[in-house]
Design a protein around this ligand. Structure first.
Ligand code: NDP
Length: 240
C-alpha cells in the first residue's frame, strides 16, 4: 500500500513542490490549504491531487480535517507541516494580532497536526513528520520577531517530539529553508530582496524543488535513523 502523506499549505509555493515530488515517488498525497480557493483549484486541476481546506491554526479543524482524510483516503503516515504566513513589522509597530496569528498558524499548526496524526502513527509503529522551519528561526531577522519566534519554536518542537516518537518508528525532522522563490518572497520589496540575495553565497534564491528534495529524503523508508535533525537548505547563507 502506498504511504498516505498530508502536506499543509500544499497548494502553492514550496508545499506544491513537495506534493508533486512525494506523488512522483509513489505516495498517495493530499494537500491542505487555508483559503485561496482559486489557487487550490488550479493546483488540483494541474496535478490531480485532492485538496482539503481548513485553517491549521484551528485545533478542532485539524482534528476534523485529518479524520476526514483518514476516512476518505486512509491512515495518515506522513505529515509535512508546511503552511505558514508572515505578518512582518518591527516590534514597536507590531500588533498583538500580528504576533498571535503567526504563532497560531506557523507553530500552533504543527502542534494541531501532530495531535491529529501522532496517535495513529504510534499505533501503526511508523510515521514521518517533517516541519518546515526557516533560516530566520535559526538566525533571527529584523522586523520578524513573530515569525522568527514561531520558526525557532518549530525547531524545538521537532527535537522534543522526535524523542517521543523514536521508539514507535516515527521520525520527526525539520527543514530550515533559506530564501526561496515563492509568493511569500515575492512580497519582499525589491531593494530588500537585492540585499538579501547579495548575502547568499551561491548568489541566487532557492527553488521550491530544492526544499522538496530534502523533504522527500526525510520521508523515505531508509531515513529511519534520521530524527530530531534540522536540514538547512539555504545556499550557504547561514551555517552552523
Ligand atoms: P506561500 O505563501 O507561497 O504558500 C503558503 C501556503 O500555506 C499556501 O498553500 C496557503 O494556503 C497555506 N496556508 C497559509 N495559511 C494557512 C492556514 N492558516 N491553514 C492552512 N494553510 C495555510 O508560502 P511558501 O511556499 O513560500 O512557504 C511555505 C513554508 O516555507 C512556510 O512555512 C514558510 O514560512 C516556509 N519558508 C519559506 C521561505 C521562502 O523563502 N519562501 C523561507 C523559509 C521558510 P492558501 O493558498 O489557501 O493561502
Amino acid at each position: 500500500m502506498a504511504r498516505v502523506a498530508v502536506v499543509t499549505g500544499g497548494t502553492r509555493g514550496i508545499g506544491r513542490a513537495i506534493c508533486e515530488m512525494l506523488r512522483d515517488e509513489g505516495m498517495t498525497v493530499v494537500a491542505n490549504y487555508g483559503g485561496n480557493d482559486d489557487a487550490a483549484k488550479k493546483f488540483s486541476d494541474e496535478t490531480g491531487i485532492a485538496t482539503y481546506k481548513w485553517d491549521v491554526g484551528d485545533h478542532q479543524a485539524c482534528l476534523d480535517g485529518c479524520k476526514t482524510i483518514e476516512d476518505e483516503v486512509g491512515p495518515i503516515d506522513i505529515v509535512v507541516n508546511n503552511a505558514g504566513i508572515t505578518r512582518d513589522g518591527v516590534l514597536h509597530k507590531m500588533s498583538f494580532d500580528d504576533w498571535n496569528e503567526v504563532m497560531r498558524i506557523n507553530l500552533g499548526g504543527c502542534f494541531n497536526m501532530a495531535k491529529a496524526c501522532f496517535p495513529g502513527m504510534r499505533e501503526r509503529k511508523w510515521g514521518r513528520i517533517v516541519n518546515i522551519g526557516s533560516i530566520n528561526g535559526q538566525a533571527g531577522q529584523y522586523g520578524q520577531v513573530n515569525y522568527a519566534a514561531a520558526k525557532s519554536g518549530i525547531h524545538g518542537f521537532t527535537k522534543a517530539l522526535a524523542q517521543e516518537g523514536a521508539r514507535s518508528g516515527i521520525t520527526v525532522n525539520a527543514i530550515a529553508p533559506g530564501y526561496i522563490d515563492t509568493d511569500m518572497v515575492a512580497a519582499v520589496p525589491e531593494p530588500v530582496l537585492e540585499k538579501i540575495v547579495a548575502k547568499i553565497p551561491v548568489g541566487r534564491l532557492g527553488q521550491a524543488n530544492e526544499i522538496a528534495r530534502g523533504v522527500l529524503f526525510l520521508c523515505r523508508e531508509e531515513a529511519g535513523f534520521v530524527t530530531g535533525s534540522t536540514l538547512s537548505i539555504n545556499g550557504g547563507q547561514h551555517m552552523y
